[in-house]
Write a protein that binds this ligand. Structure first.
Ligand code: ZN
Ligand code: ZN
Length: 279
């Protein structure tokens, strides 16, 4: 399985010289199975660049799933050019009770007066299927889900193929249990022994007291989870909108000190919007 990150920024896209290394686009991942089936996770602003790459490659069939429907995770959808192409077919999977009706939410993001072109006129074919089972599969990738601890709820995922496991938990607040959320130990169990974990690492410990209940974790809580889950590689995700490249490098440096201090050899990095990882 190949995992490509097209956006790791949280809350709002950012730009400027201070965001060059990690990038300013919001959440979008592309996962490719061993059969080259394409799964898109979230439609943050990063999906614009993904769409351009897919058109260049001549690929028009994808599955699409979402963690949740907060605006930073769907705002790129109208700018995903394949939806304007009649050759495109999108298998949209979602659970209305956990995420809202995704087709309706995406169509609402294109409603007048917010957008000039209505969803109903798109040329792509959307096959929307309700997927509320916690365990399902897309092509050769098995997917387990867990409810996130986040305002307005959402889902985290564990993608497995041929004994390799990638866990994606963004917009997950480990320090506070929201409706539907589970406790810290349950997230540790969900990420257990994964080859790769991306976890929300929005806040510095010192920032958290005023942002508690906003739905995000401190990088130290996320790191603690990664260490307790014994994951092999840990990627910091959902970078704070004001966190510049130097500050993110500093956070990664501090994480590496903590990892060493706890006698672990776990690899740690912060996601950039150009990153590609082969499992
Ligand atoms: Zn978010
Ligand atoms: Zn959110």
């Amino acid at each position: 399985m190949i995992i490509r990150c097209y956006g790791a920024r949280g809350s709002v896209p950012v730009s400027g010289a201070e965001y060059v290394k990690f990038g300013g686009d919001t959440t979008c991942l592309e996962i490719r199975s061993k059969n080259d089936h394409i799964i898109i996770v979230d439609a943050g602003s990063g999906i614009r660049r993904l769409g351009n790459h897919l058109l260049q490659e001549g690929r028009f069939e994808y599955s699409m799933i979402f963690t949740h429907s907060h605006v930073d995770h769907i705002l790129g959808f109208p700018f995903f050019k394949p939806i304007y192409d009649e050759r495109t077919t999108i298998q949209l999977l979602g659970c209305p009770t956990a995420q809202g009706d995704l087709k309706k939410l995406l169509s609402r993001s294109m409603k007048a007066p917010f957008f000039p072109f209505p969803f109903e006129n798109l040329k792509a074919t959307f096959n929307y299927s309700v997927e509320c089972a916690l365990d399902f599969a897309i092509d050769s990738i098995g997917i387990s889900s867990i409810h996130l601890s986040h305002p307005n709820v959402g889902m985290g995922y564990r993608f497995s193929e041929d004994g390799k496991h990638f866990v994606f938990l963004t917009d997950n607040e480990l320090g506070f249990r929201h409706r539907n959320g589970v406790d810290f130990e349950a997230y540790v169990a969900f990420a257990k022994d994964a080859d790769l974990l991306f976890h929300d690492a929005e806040y510095l410990p010192g920032e958290y007291s005023v942002k508690k209940t906003w739905g995000h974790s401190t990088y130290t809580d996320a790191l603690d989870l990664a260490l307790k889950a014994n994951v092999k590689r840990f990627g910091l995700f959902h970078h704070n909108q004001d966190r510049n490249d130097a500050e993110l490098d500093g956070i990664v440096g501090h994480c590496k000190e903590i990892i060493k201090g706890r006698g672990s050899t776990m690899e740690c990095f912060a996601l950039t919007q150009e990153m590609e990882i082969l499992l």
